[in-house]
Design a binder for this molecule. Structure first.
Ligand code: FAD
Length: 275
């Protein structure tokens, strides 16, 4: 939509060209959300795409994604064969049910910063123990686990003027076995629950719960929990008011689906861990 309150659009080409932050400023990445609804308080847009960050880097330590990497660029990425968890990348990209027009501009960073419960990049980064690199307006940088970045629907730990520069996914997490489950109220509906299980070579199991809850959770276990232990741990970690309530699902439905999918994931990863 036409944002008729905007007076200025800045396109910085380097960090030194970023303007001093002031009220009425907003960063724009792909703009798929920003331009989807009125932004009455916004006067100036700072376009992050013009910074020209390389979208991704693969090295022995893991995968680094620039915040401006698009969903389409991420989905096309060829990852090392021994990164078994790479399967999650395509599964999470496809959980953002937009057309190719959305995919080619929507960014990983925009998805994280928007902090919607159904943010599939939030699910991916949580399951793979992603660490966010944040640029502060004073020139400093800080790192934050993604579970500490996303606090509540449309609320993050970013301070005014802070930019999400990227997210790092460690190689150790990328070599885990995974199981992905997603449920929505309609075939092409937004995720009502999106859960990911991972199992490492030592047998350690972790369950990531997103979309059904107001903020992402990652529950880690030394080994595969029995079904009743998993259910009790879920109930203890997710009080009723943490289940999300909107048109994409009522809390009681989300709770039931979360329990069900968690059990399915546990069973799917019950086999022997890879040697
Ligand atoms: C058809 C359709 C389906 C969609 N489905 C989903 C879905 O299933 N799940 C979901 O979560 N979203 C969904 N969205 C919403 C949105 O498209 C995605 O969340 C997308 O990933 C947002 O990325 P963007 O780059 O377009 O963000 P923008 O719209 O550019 O920005 C989103 C917000 O993040 C801020 N921001 C962006 N990048 C940064 C940065 N690097 N540092 C600091 N702040 C930043 C912006 O200021 C803004 O507040 C959907 C949208 C459409 C149109």
């Amino acid at each position: 939509m036409d944002l008729n309150t905007i007076e200025t659009v800045l396109r910085p080409h380097s960090r030194s060209e970023l303007p001093d932050w002031s009220g009425g400023d907003a960063f724009v990445a792909g703009g798929t959300w920003l331009f989807s609804e009125p932004q009455p308080g916004t006067r100036r847009l700072v376009d992050l795409a013009s910074l020209g960050w390389p979208p991704h880097r693969i090295d022995a330590d893991g995968l680094t994604l620039a915040a401006t990497c698009t969903i389409a660029q991420l989905d096309r990425l060829e990852l090392p064969a021994d990164w078994t968890a790479a399967l999650l990348v395509g599964q999470c990209c496809r959980a953002l049910l937009g057309s190719f027009k959305i995919w080619t501009v929507a960014t990983v960073g925009g998805n994280l910063c928007l902090a919607l419960p159904a943010g599939p990049m939030i699910a991916l980064a949580t399951a793979l123990e992603g660490v966010c690199r944040i640029w502060s307006p004073d020139g400093a940088e800080r790192d934050l686990p993604v579970t500490d970045l996303v606090l509540a629907p449309q609320r993050t730990a970013l301070r005014p003027g802070e930019i999400l520069r990227g997210v790092f996914l460690p190689a150790a997490a990328l070599t885990r076995r995974t199981a992905f489950r997603r449920a929505s109220l309609s075939p092409n509906g937004r995720s009502g629950a999106l859960l990911i299980g991972t199992r490492d070579r030592g047998g350690g199991f972790a369950l990531t719960v997103t979309a059904s809850v107001t903020r992402p959770l990652r529950l880690a276990f030394a080994g595969l929990p029995e079904g009743d232990v998993l259910a009790r741990t879920l109930d203890a970690a997710i009080p009723d008011d943490l289940y999300y309530d909107d048109v994409h699902g009522r809390p009681d439905w989300r709770r039931a689906v979360t329990r069900h999918l968690a059990r399915e994931i546990r069973d799917a990863l019950a086999g022997e861990p890879a040697a």
